[in-house]
Design a protein around this ligand. Structure first.
Ligand SMILES: Nc1ncnc2c1ncn2[C@@H]1O[C@H](COP(=O)(O)OP(=O)(O)OP(=O)(O)O)[C@@H](O)[C@H]1O
Ligand SMILES: [Mg+2]
Length: 337
């Protein structure tokens, strides 16, 4: 199988900051790569270099066999990009936005219009096609943005945090769109803060931290690397988490993880279902109210925590901030119907 993306020894510095410190990766044609890492890891920098928006200080990168520096124009005509911040013109309607992008890609007016109509339909935006984009909700902008990146039927698509700021329902439908595209043979490089997203969509993952690759493989390979089982417990009162952790200490084979916001305790264990029974016994007669208890295999959050030493951070700020980036936010009340 040939690689649609090849990256070797990529280095990028911004003043004293080394954003990328020798990144290597490949993405097989027709596959989905999840590029994961905490805030500031260098994900967007990789995407910007691969999409010809930024030049690396060292190393090389090829997309569909074309060098991103020497053959930048040809690369641009083979790719689609949805940036971390929606690049939608606020004052144009959804239809006009897509038509304009089509024209930028040198489609004829008729082609651009028919492709715009097709994509609006596909992304469930037909009803809003003739409204200015500034009246769209964060989720609608995100969909319009992805539609724009598909105008020219790119062979390779870059999605930088495609679902950040979306509500759970919009996220699910976005996952379906992305899975559909991947099923149709588009090569996709996806960055995300949501590990479940990578787990669902990506064939392989590359985890970066401080500009270096710290792990790579399939979700299963990464999970196996972390190993073991977790005893997970939800308590009625977040104030009881420490007490519960103390009581269950004898079962733990590693540091427990406490999350006050979800009132959840996660404890690496090795004894299987016996540990479950023991845990209940250890908590008997205490004030700790157990709402939920169970054993599970490590998930990607555990992988991420083990690898980087911190949990994946959710994006900060409300949906519309994330979607509009440094543009003027849409006026209050101008959101979705
Ligand atoms: N134009 C720039 N000027 C100066 N520093 C920059 C610039 N772009 C990125 N950086 C720095 O490079 C590092 C990597 O940034 P990058 O945006 O690639 O991270 P990221 O993994 O996409 O983070 P996030 O999850 O927050 O989007 C960070 O330390 C960032 O502050
Ligand atoms: Mg980023």
């Amino acid at each position: 199988m040939t690689d649609a993306i090849v990256v070797e020894g990529l280095v990028k510095r911004f003043g004293a900051t080394t954003a990328l410190d020798g990144v290597d990766l490949t993405v097989a044609e027709g596959s989905v790569l999840g590029l994961l890492g905490p805030n500031g890891a260098g994900k967007t920098t990789v995407v910007r270099i691969l999409t010809t928006l930024l030049r690396a200080d060292a190393g090389r990168a090829e997309v569909v066999g074309l060098d991103v520096v020497r053959d930048a124009d040809a690369v641009r005509s083979s790719i689609g990009l949805t940036g971390q911040y929606a690049a939608v013109d606020e004052y144009l309607t959804g239809f006009e936005n897509l038509e304009m992008v089509g024209r930028l890609y040198r489609l004829t007016r008729a082609e651009a219009r028919s492709r715009a109509g097709e994509l609006l339909e596909r992304f469930d935006l037909t009803g809003a096609a003739n409204r200015p984009a500034k009246t769209y909700s964060g989720g609608m902008r995100r969909r319009l943005d992805i539609a724009a990146s598909l105008i020219a039927r790119p062979r390779v698509l870059f999605l930088d945090e495609p679902t950040t700021g979306l509500d759970p329902r919009s996220r699910l439908s976005m996952w379906e769109f992305i899975a559909d595209l991947a099923g149709g043979g588009t090569t996709i490089l996806l960055t995300t803060q949501y590990l479940e997203e990578a787990d669902r969509l990506a064939d392989r993952m590359v985890v970066i931290d401080r500009g270096r690759v710290i792990a790579r493989g399939t979700a299963d390979e990464l999970k196996a690397q972390v190993g073991g089982q977790r005893l997970e417990l939800t308590v009625g009162d977040a104030g009881d988490l420490k007490e519960a952790a103390g009581r269950l200490r004898p079962l733990a084979v590693d540091e427990p993880r406490l999350d006050e916001s979800t009132r959840r305790l996660s404890l690496p264990v090795s004894g299987g279902t016996d540990d479950l029974a023991t845990a209940l016994r250890l908590l008997e007669g205490t004030a700790v109210e157990v709402l939920d208890i169970g054993l599970r295999r490590p998930d990607l959050d555990d992988v991420f925590l083990t690898l980087t030493g911190h949990v994946a951070e959710e994006a900060t700020g409300p949906a519309d901030d994330a979607a509009t980036g440094d543009r003027t936010p849409a006026p209050a009340g101008g959101g979705a119907r």
